[in-house]
Design a protein around this ligand. Sequence first.
Ligand SMILES: *Cc1c(COP(=O)(O)O)cnc(C)c1O
Length: 403
Amino acid sequence: MKNPDDASLETKVVHGGAYRCPHMAVTPPIHQTSTFAFRDVDHGAALFSGEEKGYIYSRMLNPTVEALEECVAELEGGHAGLACGSGMAAINTTLTTLLCAGDHLVCSDAVYGPTCTLVESILPRCGIECTVVDTSNADAIQSVMRDNTKVVYVETPGNPTLVISDLETVSQVAHRGGALLVVDNTFMTPFLQQPFRWGADIVVHSLTKFLNGHADVVGGMIVVKDEDQYSRLRKQLNHLGGVLSPFDSFLVHRGIKTLALRMERHCANATRVARFLESHPEVEWVRFPGLKSHPQYEVARKQTSGPGGMISFGLKGGLAAGRAMMNSVKLCSLAVSLGGVESLVQHPASMTHASMGAEARRRASISDGLVRISVGIENVDDIIRDLDQAMQPNRIPAPSTCC
Ligand SMILES: *Cc1c(COP(=O)(O)O)cnc(C)c1O
């Protein structure tokens, strides 16, 4: 394609990061190699000094990985991407590049669990100060900014409450205070939300979720806006070492080709499921960015082009009802993770967040009846029928008749 920047996202997901193969292969080949031979000693010297561009060793750069990096960078409207071995590797590499001992970080209070652990216990051990705040409230961010605040880190929609931060406002607050804005765009993907348009400085992803979409790879991506950031992060990633393999890069790149189709279906299915839940007698509340009842519905409409596939809802029957529902779903799998073609349900109070204890869960707004669904791309009536049968009132765990 001559000018991919003019292309629409539906086209970019198919053609992004096109690899110029000398044999004209339509699909980027998998360069399953750890190292690359030099033509002679001068060639090796030129590659190491940076005089000549090329491949040396796959932790540093690999053509299959690079094709995926280019693809995600194009989708985000960024300058370059850096593929990482997981979403957490992407987040950790980014934060430890931007922050040193003595610096201060401001982070959303509703974030992916391991991000919370990184920010609240691992980074402080290295002398990085961290403040966790409700980033859907710009005044709250403003009130915790300090002279040494270097980064504001936002996940939107946040996990698992789907609270939404206004990226335009947050970036203004961050930049006024001399800090960079880093956004975790995993839940929306660049197909629905492009944080750079609203002032973000760096975007991070778990490729594991919607971008790959097939629940068969763990991976992450950092996308930057300029060459200076790119070379700083590339150096750090090369030395920390958390890179993505060529084969996994190939799989994610293949998954992205259907991103537009999948996201459209995730959004349509989740909208139907959210409306069904809203009218269900066993359901106390539903949180979904596409419902008018979402507290930041207008912000979602401004900065996203669709509601995504994630829904949180509360069961009136609390913990017991949540446990009963988890044991009763048939089509939906009972599993953590999200963003794959298959529908997954998860009950934080009895699973991912059980170890927090009831009081800490209450502070984080994770009620005992909260259920999170990642709505897949199956037939939506089948998904609804499954959820409905799993939420029958007064369902008592059936006495087991067999062993
Ligand atoms: C899963 C997830 C991560 C971490 O990604 P991994 O690939 O599991 O390391 C980070 N942020 C969000 C929002 C996620 O959902």
